[in-house]
Ligand binder design. Structure first.
Ligand SMILES: [Zn+2]
Length: 412
């Protein structure tokens, strides 16, 4: 590795160390990072010039001389996550520490308006969000767009998203042209992969119970899967892994958006639930209503023991359990996270899933797999997108130019 590459790696090491441990003195940073004190001092000065760290008081106690504490400056930069769904587009902005600053969703018939107008909407959403947080946080280091489908990450192109009816859509190019953001700051990824990373970040908040094996289900009209095994996201040889919604569960079943029959998502997708629990003129089937609102109606009916709703949830839970059993046999995850609409209804879904898993998984006690509702619900993909965008700084702090420290607020 050349000198510049080595320095970038060391800067990244310090940023990650501070993110993990919070404020540290230079001496403590040297111990934790294994770098010399002189190197740490020089690197801290560099990070300070980029505005990524600030001084946060004096270290108390411990051995040696008290030292100035260095800490990350969360408001130095932000990451932006954008989200394209069948029924809405969304945005989330997070600061350098990963704290969400803004989340928004706008109802939008994405398959109906076509990719060009959908990308117009995404660009508008991004512009407005970035302008709104401008007073509280620095500029965006990146934008990551979440899409429910197959993505070619190298070119930022959606290869195929059947639910959106998109094929070979150059999302990154389109967004760069509309927003003026540099193309190398725009990424496109699969919604389940981004959701899985966001859920992992939430569940790993407690370092005592660090999770390395997780399956995340998107729970939307389509069902995507994000698989983290041994601490790493499984992408497969071409980047298309995790299309568990198209596991062939019933060769004679109903037709799927992909053109095949009996895919898992025809049994457990949001369309299957809505069809089973309500007639076509029922408000829960009104696409102009926000999904959260429709799920609140379903919840209320289940709480009132409405027979049709409970039967529908039991049917979905059982079909979910069969597919989850396959995944648990295959992957032995510590946790299966129910995302999207599933997260609004865990009280009625987890038990039938659990029953199927116990009945169908070879490992005793289902190999310890827990089934839990997501804490992020429909915001997992945008949250994961914002975190993925921030990873650009965590991997290479030099993407933030020097000279951003001047606008630092006065110490309190
Ligand atoms: Zn299918």
């Amino acid at each position: 590795m050349d000198q510049a590459g080595l320095r970038r790696g060391n800067l990244a090491l310090l940023v990650r160390t501070l993110r993990e441990h919070g404020a540290l003195s230079r001496a403590q940073l040297a111990v934790r990072s294994g770098l010399s004190k002189a190197t740490v001092s020089s690197l801290v000065t560099d990070l300070e010039l980029r505005g990524l760290v600030h001084f946060a008081g004096i270290s108390a106690g411990g051995q040696g001389r008290p030292g100035q504490l260095v800490d990350l400056r969360p408001t130095s930069v932000c990451g932006v996550g954008l989200d394209v769904h069948v029924g809405h587009v969304g945005v989330a902005v997070a600061d350098l520490s990963g704290e969400p600053l803004l989340r928004r969703r706008v109802a939008c018939d994405v398959p109906g308006i076509g990719p060009e107008r959908a990308i117009d909407q995404l660009a508008e959403l991004a512009r407005t969000a970035i302008a709104e947080v401008r007073d509280v946080v620095g500029p965006p280091v990146g934008v990551t767009v979440s899409v429910p489908g197959l993505v070619d990450r190298d070119s930022g192109t959606v290869t195929f998203a059947p639910r959106l009816r998109w094929r070979d859509v150059a999302v990154a190019d389109g967004l760069a042209a509309r927003t003026g953001l540099p193309l190398d700051r725009i990424a496109v990824d699969n919604d389940a992969n981004l959701g899985a990373e966001a859920e992992l970040a939430v569940l790993s908040g407690d370092p005592e119970h660090r999770i390395t094996d997780l399956v995340y289900l998107t729970g939307d009209f389509g069902i995507g899967g994000g698989v983290i095994a041994g601490g790493r996201l499984i992408r497969g040889s071409s980047g298309f892994a995790g299309e568990i919604g198209h596991m062939a569960m019933d060769p004679l079943g109903p037709y799927c958006s992909c053109g095949r029959r009996g895919c898992w998502e025809t049994q457990v997708g949001l369309g299957a639930l809505l069809h089973a629990c309500a007639d076509p003129d029922d408000p829960v089937r009104d696409p102009t209503l926000d999904l959260d609102q429709r799920m609140r109606i379903v919840r209320a009916r289940a709480e009132q023991h409405d027979r049709r709703t409970l039967d529908a949830l039991h049917q979905i839970g059982t079909a979910l359990g069969l597919g989850v059993s396959i995944l648990v046999n295959l992957l032995n995850p510590a946790v299966v996270v129910l995302g999207g609409y599933f997260a609004a209804l865990p009280e009625w879904l987890v038990e039938p899933i659990r029953n199927e898993v116990v009945a169908n998984v070879l490992a005793p006690g289902a190999g310890g797999a827990r089934v839990v509702g997501s804490q992020l619900g429909f915001t997992a993909a945008t949250t994961g997108g914002a975190l993925a965008a921030l990873r650009r700084v965590l991997d290479d702090p030099t993407v933030v130019p020097t000279g951003q420290a001047d606008d630092e607020e006065a110490p309190a």
